[in-house]
Design a binder for this molecule. Structure first.
Ligand SMILES: [Ca+2]
Ligand SMILES: [Ca+2]
Ligand SMILES: [Ca+2]
Ligand SMILES: [Ca+2]
Length: 429
């Protein structure tokens, strides 16, 4: 096996009908999607990736501090993975939210600035630095006090009574980085959309009472959002003109609860939100944080990205939860990103992995092997209008020197692996 088997080949945008200017841009190592002029030939390929990078910390300010200078070994390993794969559009899950110093410039959020300047922008162990001129961040429900005893343990407060599990507001947030411009005015967020406002919401039941779906009181449901972090529709403009909607989220883990399964049910509805959002016939109930109604139009191109905390076959999520998006008539899920490293990990780690129904090559997270085992939980799911040309999961086999970046527990970077998909983006009409 070649030493760099886990590293995807560089994209070849317009390789078959390359203009001289585009060839020069490529030779100069520029992101051709962002830099190349419009040219005849096949539509540009764009690499989209999602990575739950575990860039969360135990207390507010810690991530800012860790990224303010080079030398945080975990952030360096995360950055090197990004530099090796070189996605043009990247969703980072588990990146603590800190408001930007300049509200109009997301890259001025201190940990974002630190990550860009001190890690991604600096060669990590010989890999080329990578620039992301465009970014999007926004507040997260994690760690925001609800004022209610949501977990019914008899006291109010703490991470499990927050609007989304977290020890402080913004912990486990999200970050979108892009080499293509972001249509900032068209971004929509769904942080405040209430779970109870979803028709047919899977509201949990308190098994100790005869009334159905009564785990949460009406007062609690009046404040409880659907999204445990946030749901974002971030349109990136490929080549500065063709919108592709990045649909970013990080549904709650379906565990850490009781027989009422409040987290499993919420996880399934957080995933369902996108299945509804991409179908005009099902999205009428949706409202965003600015009061805008509805979802995508029939012709809109999109990529659903994120750690959805649901494997289609194994683990603890509700049966069929991941299938809501995988089997959507608008989603192109035929090509499943895979890796040799995940197959090797299942063989080496055994345990629950050996009883899994899902193909181990599709796993994206290295979880405990007693339960639940390694799972496919991280997704990059393009719309059917986008043709997939290549894809993969960055999970090198142990003989690959880059295996030092993913490793074994306790992981040098994250318990999740970066998932990437290349798609052809037809120019907007
Ligand atoms: Ca409580
Ligand atoms: Ca009940
Ligand atoms: Ca494992
Ligand atoms: Ca598995």
């Amino acid at each position: 096996m070649p030493a760099d088997a886990a590293v995807p080949p560089a994209r070849r945008p317009r390789a078959r009908a390359c203009s001289a200017a585009a060839a020069l841009a490529l030779a100069a190592g520029l992101g051709a999607g962002a830099a190349a002029p419009a040219a005849a030939g096949p539509p540009p390929e764009v690499r989209f990736a999602t990575f739950n990078a575990s860039l969360n910390r135990a207390a507010p300010g810690e991530l800012t501090e860790d990224l303010a200078t080079p030398g945080d070994p975990q952030a360096a390993a995360v950055a090197e993975i990004v530099q090796r794969v070189r996605p043009e559009v990247l969703l980072v899950n588990e990146f603590d939210y800190v408001p930007p110093a300049d509200p109009g410039d997301p890259t001025s959020s201190p940990p974002v600035a630190g990550f860009l300047e001190n890690y991604l922008g600096v060669s990590q162990d010989g890999a080329d630095p990578i620039d992301y001129p465009y970014a999007f961040i926004a507040p997260s429900n994690t760690g925001v006090p609800s004022g209610f005893d949501l977990n019914d343990n008899g006291s109010v407060g703490g991470p499990d009574d927050a609007l989304g599990f977290g020890f402080f507001p913004g912990q486990f947030g999200m970050l979108v980085l892009s080499q293509h411009p972001i249509d900032t005015d068209a971004v929509r967020t769904f942080q405040d959309f209430r779970w109870a406002d979803m028709p047919g919401a899977r509201l949990p039941d308190d098994p100790a009472t005869p009334e159905p779906a009564d785990w949460y009181s009406p007062e609690e449901l009046a404040v409880l959002p659907l999204s445990s972090k946030s749901h974002w529709d971030v349109p990136v403009l490929v080549d500065g003109r063709t919108p592709v909607h990045v649909l970013a989220s990080h549904p709650t883990p379906p565990v850490f609860d009781g027989p009422e399964d409040r987290n499993g049910l919420r996880n399934a509805d957080e995933i369902r939100f996108w299945a509804d959002y991409v179908l005009p016939s099902r999205s009428r109930y949706v409202y965003d944080d600015d009061g805008g109604r509805g979802g995508l139009e029939p012709g809109d191109a999109f990529v659903i990205m994120g750690d959805l905390n649901s494997d289609p076959f194994d683990g603890d999520s509700l049966p069929g939860a991941a299938q809501q998006v995988l089997e959507s008539p608008r989603v192109n899920a035929r090509t499943v990103p895979d890796s040799d490293g995940a197959v090797e990990a299942t063989a080496l780690q055994g345990g629950a992995n050996l009883t899994h129904e899902g193909d181990p090559a599709h796993d994206t997270a290295d979880f405990a092997d007693g339960t639940p085992g390694n799972l496919r939980v991280d997704y990059v799911l393009p719309s059917k209008s986008l043709r997939v040309t290549d894809s993969g999961v960055f999970w090198p086999v142990q003989a690959d020197p880059l295996s030092r970046l993913t490793g074994t527990f306790p992981f040098p970077s994250s318990d999740h692996r970066l998932v990437w998909v290349d798609v052809r983006v037809p120019p907007a009409r």
